[in-house]
Design a protein around this ligand. Structure first.
Ligand SMILES: [Zn+2]
Length: 324
């Protein structure tokens, strides 16, 4: 078994290690230390990567990854489980929404990164090439951000590689939510970690559970149980997996943005089904004058809404998943 996954040390078979690692050959990155757990199973098998906190205020994913690192015991593992609970290390104590304070980049839009780019691009390059591609599976844990309510869902991407797609599908079917978004069809949001992993042949997914910067137990437990059930389905963690109904596949993710700077009066809730043309809310100015009515361009299920009423021009309002 490998003695390391890139900069992350892996102990002898049957042992667990935790601590902090860095990317020593890049001084800008090496200012920071990232927490990790590496769990070397008593018997051999695949290497499974769990990451969280690429968005630093999506706390349920971070908390779930820490719990997984503490709860999973090497005696119950066949293979290796590597966990990085907080990718956006610069943004965590700054309580950053969406971005990383080193360069104001959204770290989940810059993959595969560049060795000589911005801080986030260099981080993406190192993480992908030194860690992610040395694993056999990858899951990235998210939530609604500090200002987002959210209905739990998973995301995967079809690569055209039958084997990679089959394995990714097996992962999302084992997590335990009602909705699965297939790919990033609009091309509006390229550069995600999971999609870059999938493009490099690593079956990968995102799981979204949690909202509004709250450490709600139900949302944390959904992530913990979801990852454990995937690990059991893949034969990496001891125990019979729970046989779950597969999620409904959503073929398109429509993100609505505001044409004006102003105050958002949202008229829908997450998990609500909406019809094309339905009124979803309105934008008003700072005197309460109506600037625009927000209507649904497509029918589907509301997967997230921005809960802060303060919206910049072109600011995000909500996301609708469109069934296949
Ligand atoms: Zn996120």
């Amino acid at each position: 078994m490998a003695a390391s996954v890139g900069p992350i040390p892996v102990p002898a078979a049957g042992e667990k290690q935790s601590g902090y690692f860095t990317f020593a050959d890049d001084p800008g990155l090496a200012k920071y230390q990232w927490p990790f757990f590496s769990i070397a199973g008593a018997s051999p098998g695949p290497t499974f990567l769990v990451t969280a906190g690429i968005h630093a205020a999506e706390y349920t994913g971070i908390e779930a990854a820490i719990r997984l690192g503490r709860e999973i015991m090497p005696a119950d593992v066949s293979g290796t489980v590597v966990i990085i609970p907080l990718l956006n290390r610069p943004g965590f104590y700054e309580r950053c929404i969406y971005v990383n304070p080193e360069d104001n980049d959204n770290m989940n839009r810059v993959f595969p990164g560049r060795p000589d780019g911005t801080w986030s691009e260099r981080f993406a390059h190192h993480l992908l090439n030194e860690v992610v591609v040395r694993c056999d599976y990858a899951i990235d844990l998210h939530a609604g951000d500090m200002i987002e309510d959210l209905e739990p869902f998973v995301i995967y991407r079809e690569t055209g590689d039958t084997e990679v797609d089959r394995k990714a599908r097996r992962m999302i079917d084992s997590y335990g939510v009602a909705w699965a978004m297939k790919g990033l069809p609009t091309g509006e949001r390229p550069g995600t970690l999971y999609a870059a992993a999938a493009a490099r042949g690593i079956p990968a997914m995102i799981a979204e559970s949690g909202r509004c910067g709250l450490l709600e137990e139900e949302a944390v437990v959904r992530h913990v149980n979801g990852v454990k059930n995937i690990l059991r389905t893949l034969g990496i963690l001891r125990g019979a997996p729970v046989d779950l109904p597969p999620p409904h596949v959503l073929a398109h993710f429509e993100w609505l943005r505001s044409p004006h700077e102003g105050i958002f009066h949202c008229g829908v809730k997450v998990a609500e089904r909406v019809q094309a043309g339905q009124r979803l809310g309105e934008m008003v100015d700072l005197l309460g004058n109506r600037l625009a009515e927000i209507t649904a361009p497509v029918g589907g299920i509301v997967l997230f809404v921005v809960t802060s009423p303060a919206i910049k021009r072109d600011g995000l309002l909500l996301g609708i998943g469109v069934p296949e």
